[in-house]
Write a protein that binds this ligand. Structure first.
Ligand SMILES: Nc1nc2c(ncn2[C@@H]2O[C@H](COP(=O)(O)OP(=O)(O)O)[C@@H](O)[C@H]2O)c(=O)[nH]1
Ligand SMILES: [Mg+2]
Length: 689
C-alpha cells in the first residue's frame, strides 16, 4: 500500500551538465535503490541508459527513480537540460509537486537555469536548490548563492546549509536550522558533530538571515518576530516548511554528487520541506461536458484522475504510457479517457525505476505509473473515473525550429522508414512529418540539429532503418511583371495524318493574388470552340513545369486572341502543344521573375544580444517589423526569406550562447533579388543538363 502523505514527487531541473543525473544517481544509491553509484561519464548511469544518451553523455529522455527513504516513498524524475530536449523536461515538470534545482558551483547561473527558474516561478513550484560540484576547483558556494539571489529575487533563496571545506577538502556542511555540523561518509550519509568554532559566527549570522526571511513570509510570524526579536526553534522550522511548500522560500545547500557528498541531507530535506501531494494546492480542470471548472485534491479518497505526460515504445514491453496520478486511488480495470471520451481497459501497471519496470498493484495520488499496450491514449490525455470526469489542460509541445528533407538511405526501406518515424512521432510530440506538395519532399521537423540526429540514431537502433537528412528545397515560384503577346504554332505535315495547332495569346500579371485566369477573346471562328480548352490545358501544364528554373508559375492572366486551324490535321493534342509553345515564348518577353517564400519570425533574445541578432538578420535579407520587450527579453518581429533561415536554430544558439529562441510561420511570397535569382536559374540549368 502507498500512503499519500508519505509520498514525495519531485523533478530535478537545471542546465545541461549541472549534475542532475549524477545527483539522481547519488540519491538512488544512498537510498539503497541501486547497488552501485552509476556514472554518466562511464556510461553506467541507471538513468541515462539509452544508447544515444550514453554516447553523448547527456540526458535525452526524462528518467524515473522510485525508492524509499526514512519511511517515505520518493518518485524522482531526472530531466534533460539541453535545449534540444527541454520539451521532455517541461512535460515532466508540469506534473511534479516540487523541484530540485541544480546550479553548478563553478559556472553558476546559465541561460537554461533562467528558463527553468522562470518555469518554477510561474507555477510557484516548491523548490530546493542544490549547488553542485563543490569539490571542483574554483567552486564557490556563497558567490553562486549570491548570484542566484540577485538574478532571481522572486525565488527568495536562503542558505540552509553552509559548506565545510572547499574544493578537494569539501567534507561536510553546517546545518543552519539545527545548529550542528555534518561530516560526509562515503555511503552518502553523514556523521553529526558540533559546529566547529571557526563557523560559529557565520552560522549564527546565516541563521538570523534565515529567520528574517521566514518571518517575512507570514504576517503572524512577522508580528511575533518584530515584537520578540526572534522566532522560537519550532516557529522557525514550521514557518520555513510552510514557506517552502508555498514557493515563498527556496532553501539552498552545497553538494558534490559525483562523490556522493550531501546525498542524505538532500533526501532529508526533500522529505522534510518539500510537500506531499495532499499538501499541494488543489488542481483545476474542466468538466468535459459542462466546461465548468472542476477541482481535485491530491488525496487518496478523492475521485481518481491522472494525466499522461510521456509515451514510449519499449522494445520488450511495446507501447508504454506514463502518467502521473493527480488525485484519488485507481480502482477496476479500465480508465475513462476524458480527453477522447472513450474508456480503455488496462492490463499490467508498472513503476518505473531507471530502465526497469516493476509491476504494481495499488495506485494512488502522487505516483508515476506506466501502463502497457494502451492503444487509444496519447501524451497529454486526462484519465479519470467516468462518473467523475475532469479534463486537465493539455500539454503544449514546443514548436519546431528546424526542418530537413528525409529519405531512406536505401530505396527499398522507404515504407519502413515512414512507418517507423510515425511510431517515433507518437513518443515525441516535438517531431513533425510533412509532405510538401510543391517540392515533393517529406520534411522532418524538430527542435534542433541534435534532436534530429538523435532521432536518426534511434530509428536505426530501434527499427533498423537508416535515413538521410538534407537541407530542404525552397518552394520557389515563377511569375511575371510585364505584358507580352506571342504566337505558338505547332505544325507537322509530312506524310500521313499531320498535326496543326496555332494560337496567339497575351499574358499579363494578375494583381489580386489569384493563381490563374483564362479569357477567351477570339472573335469569329479562327479556332473552333472544341479546341480552345486544349490551348488552356497546354498552358496550365507548362505553368506547372515553369519556364525560368522549373518552379510552378502563378499569378497570370492569359487571353486567347487569335489562331488558325486545319480541317484535317488539327487535334486537341496539337492545340495543347501550341498553347504551351505560345506560353513559353510570351513569358520570356514579359519580364519573368522568381518568387520566394518569406517567413514571419518572432525571435526572443536577452537584451545583450539584440545588436548581434539584428545585424545578422540584416545580412539574411530580413526586414525588422518591430520590437517588444518584457523584463528580461526583447522580442524581435521580422520577415525573412525562407532560403536564409533554413538552419537558423544552431546559428541563433551560437550567436546568443543559447539565450535565444524563435518561432516561424509562413507570411507571403516575394520577388527574389535578381543577382540571387540568376544563381538559382543557373543551378537549375546545371541540374537539367
Ligand atoms: N567534479 C564533479 N563533477 C561532477 C559532479 N556532478 C557531476 N559532475 C560531472 O559533470 C558532468 C555532467 O554531469 P551530469 O550528471 O550528466 O549533468 P546533467 O546534464 O545535469 O545531468 C559529468 O561529467 C559528471 O561526471 C560533481 O559533484 N563533481
Ligand atoms: Mg542528465
Amino acid at each position: 500500500m502507498h500512503d499519500v502523505q508519505q509520498i514525495r514527487n519531485t523533478v530535478i531541473l537545471g542546465h545541461g551538465h549541472s549534475g542532475k543525473t549524477t545527483l539522481a544517481e547519488a540519491l538512488l544509491f544512498t537510498a539503497g535503490a541501486v547497488g552501485r553509484l552509476g556514472r554518466v561519464d562511464e556510461g553506467s548511469s541507471a538513468l541515462d541508459f539509452e544508447d544515444e544518451e550514453i554516447r553523448r553523455k547527456i540526458s535525452i529522455s526524462a528518467a524515473f527513480g522510485h525508492f524509499h527513504w526514512q519511511g517515505c516513498e520518493l518518485f524522482l524524475a531526472d530531466t534533460p537540460g539541453d535545449d534540444n530536449f527541454t520539451n521532455e523536461t517541461k512535460f515532466t515538470a508540469k506534473l511534479a509537486d516540487s523541484a530540485v534545482l541544480t546550479v553548478g558551483g563553478v559556472l553558476g547561473v546559465r541561460s537554461q537555469t533562467e528558463r527553468f527558474i522562470d518555469f518554477v516561478l510561474e507555477r510557484r513550484l516548491p523548490c530546493l536548490i542544490c549547488i553542485t560540484k563543490m569539490d571542483r576547483e574554483r567552486a564557490n558556494f556563497i558567490e553562486t548563492f549570491d548570484e542566484i539571489r540577485q538574478s532571481f529575487p522572486k525565488l527568495n533563496p536562503a542558505v540552509l546549509y553552509l559548506p565545510i571545506g572547499a574544493e578537494k577538502d569539501f567534507k561536510g556542511m553546517i546545518d543552519i536550522l539545527n545548529n550542528r555540523a555534518l561530516f560526509f561518509r562515503p555511503d552518502g550519509t553523514a556523521d553529526i558533530a558540533d559546529v566547529p568554532t571557526e563557523f560559529i559566527a557565520e552560522a549564527a549570522a546565516r541563521r538570523a538571515i534565515l529567520m528574517e526571511y521566514v518571518a517575512e513570509t507570514d504576517d503572524d510570524l512577522l508580528e511575533h518576530f518584530l515584537e520578540e526579536g526572534e522566532l522560537s526553534d519550532e516557529a522557525l522550522k514550521n514557518g520555513l516548511a510552510a514557506a517552502v511548500r508555498q514557493g515563498k522560500i527556496a532553501p539552498v545547500l552545497p553538494c558534490s554528487p559525483l562523490n556522493n557528498a550531501g546525498s542524505s541531507v538532500i533526501l532529508d530535506t526533500i522529505i522534510g520541506l518539500l510537500p506531499s501531494p495532499d499538501q499541494c494546492p488543489a488542481l483545476i480542470g474542466t468538466h468535459p461536458k459542462t466546461k465548468e471548472p472542476v477541482e481535485r485534491r491530491g488525496v487518496a479518497d478523492a475521485p481518481f484522475s491522472a494525466q499522461v505526460f510521456k509515451t514510449l515504445t519499449d522494445t520488450f514491453t511495446g507501447r508504454l504510457t506514463v502518467f502521473r496520478v493527480l488525485s484519488g486511488t485507481l480502482k477496476g480495470d479500465s480508465f475513462y479517457n476524458s480527453s477522447t471520451g472513450e474508456s480503455e481497459r488496462f492490463g499490467h501497471l508498472f513503476l518505473i525505476e531507471g530502465k526497469e519496470q516493476k509491476p504494481v498493484d495499488s495506485v494512488c495520488a502522487g505516483m508515476i505509473v506506466a501502463a502497457a499496450k494502451l492503444k487509444n491514449t496519447t501524451t497529454g490525455n486526462t484519465l479519470c473515473e467516468e462518473a467523475h470526469p475532469i479534463v486537465y489542460e493539455p500539454l503544449e509541445p514546443l514548436p519546431p525550429t528546424i526542418s530537413y528533407a528525409v529519405t531512406a538511405k536505401v530505396d527499398k526501406d522507404e515504407e519502413k522508414l515512414f512507418s517507423s518515424l510515425t511510431k517515433l512521432l507518437d513518443e515525441d510530440l516535438t517531431l513533425h512529418l510533412n509532405r510538401q506538395t510543391q517540392t515533393h519532399e517529406v520534411l522532418l521537423s524538430g527542435i534542433g540539429q541534435v534532436h534530429l540526429e538523435v532521432i536518426k540514431e534511434r530509428l536505426k537502433r530501434k527499427f533498423g532503418v537508416e535515413m538521410d537528412l538534407a537541407v530542404p528545397k525552397i518552394p520557389y515560384r515563377e511569375t511575371l511583371k510585364g505584358k507580352a503577346t506571342a504566337q505558338g504554332k505547332h505544325k507537322k505535315q509530312s506524310g500521313g495524318r499531320g498535326q496543326y495547332g496555332d494560337c496567339t495569346i497575351e499574358i499579363e500579371p494578375l494583381k489580386n493574388g489569384e493563381h490563374f485566369e483564362f479569357v477567351d477573346k477570339i472573335v469569329g471562328g479562327t479556332i473552333p470552340q472544341q479546341y480552345r480548352p486544349a490551348v488552356e490545358k497546354g498552358i496550365v501544364e507548362a505553368m506547372e513545369k515553369g519556364v525560368l528554373a522549373g518552379y510552378p508559375f502563378e499569378g497570370i492572366k492569359v487571353s486567347l486572341l487569335d489562331g488558325s486551324y486545319h480541317n484535317v490535321d488539327s487535334s486537341e493534342m496539337a492545340f495543347k502543344i501550341a498553347g504551351s509553345m505560345a506560353f513559353k515564348q510570351a513569358v520570356l518577353n514579359a519580364s519573368p521573375v522568381l518568387l520566394e517564400p518569406v517567413l514571419e519570425m518572432e525571435i526572443r533574445v536577452d537584451k545583450d544580444h539584440v545588436g548581434d541578432v539584428m545585424g545578422d538578420l540584416n545580412s539574411r535579407r530580413g526586414k525588422v517589423l518591430g520590437m517588444d520587450s518584457n523584463s528580461r527579453h526583447e522580442i524581435i518581429r521580422a520577415q525573412v526569406p525562407q532560403a536564409e533561415i533554413q538552419l537558423y536554430g544552431p546559428d541563433l544558439t551560437s550567436m546568443t550562447g543559447g539565450r535565444g529562441s524563435f518561432t516561424v510561420k509562413f507570411s507571403h511570397y516575394e520577388e527574389v533579388p535578381s543577382h540571387i535569382a540568376q544563381k538559382i536559374i543557373a543551378a537549375h540549368v546545371v541540374e537539367v543538363e
